[in-house]
Design a protein around this ligand. Structure first.
Ligand code: NDP
Length: 290
């Protein structure tokens, strides 16, 4: 099957590689042309122009936000053909995705929102969780492609349902990171060794991905590798808030998390890693989690 991949960032780069390794012809396009050329040289894909993308049967996008997805969809619109499928792996906005889907449908193109969870390690290993919204027949057609990218590929509802699910998941991740930072900073100050505290918490009911993976592997050793930009997580939290507000659910926790991530983004910069949010808690609490 002829595939095209748009967006070769932290996630898109390894995901496009995995599709190629699964035996597909993959054309790649990204904002910086030399990056696409490098992907071609390293992984046997084919660097292309935006126009070249339109020759594929299935187009994937993995871009920062739905705004970039909409911009490339508009730029490609006149070249699209009935029967094509557009799979958007961006962590996008449900409402914007429904608009994009309607625009593409006029050209006979079906849109699936297919955001992913599992980070750059999951993208590299092909073990992502992929949550898909949209037409079930289109989902059935691309399912074999998605299984090259992830080990859990789940249809969650109509267009936008994937993006809504992803935004709720990431707002919970954002809340867990802050809650763990506050608690662990206090325990450090109280003289509890943090490895011991985490051993207890991770065998107890307060555990989360933050305590099981992020604190042991990135905070205690102060490595804070850049894998997922803080600005992108703040964007997900804003979308998560729109989702709960849109459904009329009172959500004081989600609102507070949104405010805190906006402050963190301003203080630490959009391009800091998301886990560096704990440094804000450390600044306010005058201590270190280590
Ligand atoms: P990056 O910032 O690393 O990559 C974004 C990519 O989009 C870059 O390759 C950039 O191009 C490209 N790009 C931006 N604008 C355009 C445009 N107008 N046309 C073509 N290409 C463009 O982001 P990530 O890969 O980290 O994230 C991508 C999406 O996946 C986001 O929605 C994010 O929230 C989500 N996500 C990220 C995870 C992570 O751990 N990083 C985990 C799960 C989801 P170039 O490099 O050429 O300049």
């Amino acid at each position: 099957m002829k595939l095209a991949w748009i967006g070769l960032g932290a996630m898109g780069w390894p995901m496009a590689k995995n599709l190629r390794q699964a035996g597909h012809e993959v054309r790649v396009y990204t904002r910086t042309a030399e990056k696409a050329k490098r992907h071609e040289n390293e992984h046997g894909t084919q660097a292309t122009t935006l126009a070249g993308v339109a020759e594929a049967e299935v187009i994937f996008t993995c871009l920062p936000t739905s705004n970039e997805v909409e911009a490339v969809a508009r730029a490609l619109l006149d070249r699209l053909r009935p029967g094509m499928i557009w799979v958007d792996c961006t962590s996008g906005e449900p409402e914007k995705s429904r608009e994009i889907a309607r625009m593409l449908e006029e050209k006979g193109v079906l849109f699936l929102d297919a955001p992913v969870s599992g980070g750059t390690a999951g993208a590299e290993a092909g073990t992502l969780t992929i949550m898909v919204g949209g037409d079930e027949a289109a989902f059935a057609r691309v399912r074999p492609l998605l299984t090259a990218l992830g080990k859990r590929v789940i249809h969650v509802g109509p267009v936008g349902a994937g993006h809504a699910t992803k935004a709720v998941n990431n707002t919970m991740l954002a809340a867990n990171l802050l809650a763990a930072a506050e608690g662990l900073l206090a325990l450090a100050k109280a003289g509890v060794p943090l490895k011991t505290a985490l051993e207890v918490i991770n065998g107890s009911s307060g555990r989360s991905f933050a305590t099981e993976v992020l604190f042991p592997e990135r905070v205690l050793d102060r490595s804070f590798p850049l894998t997922f930009k803080l600005g992108l997580l703040a964007k997900d939290v804003r979308i998560g808030n729109k989702v709960v507000e849109g459904e009329g659910v009172p959500a004081p926790v989600f609102h507070l998390v949104r405010e805190l991530y906006e402050i963190a983004k301003n203080e630490l910069g959009e391009d800091a890693d998301h886990v560096e949010v704990v440094k804000l808690v450390e600044r306010w609490g005058k201590g270190k989690i280590k």
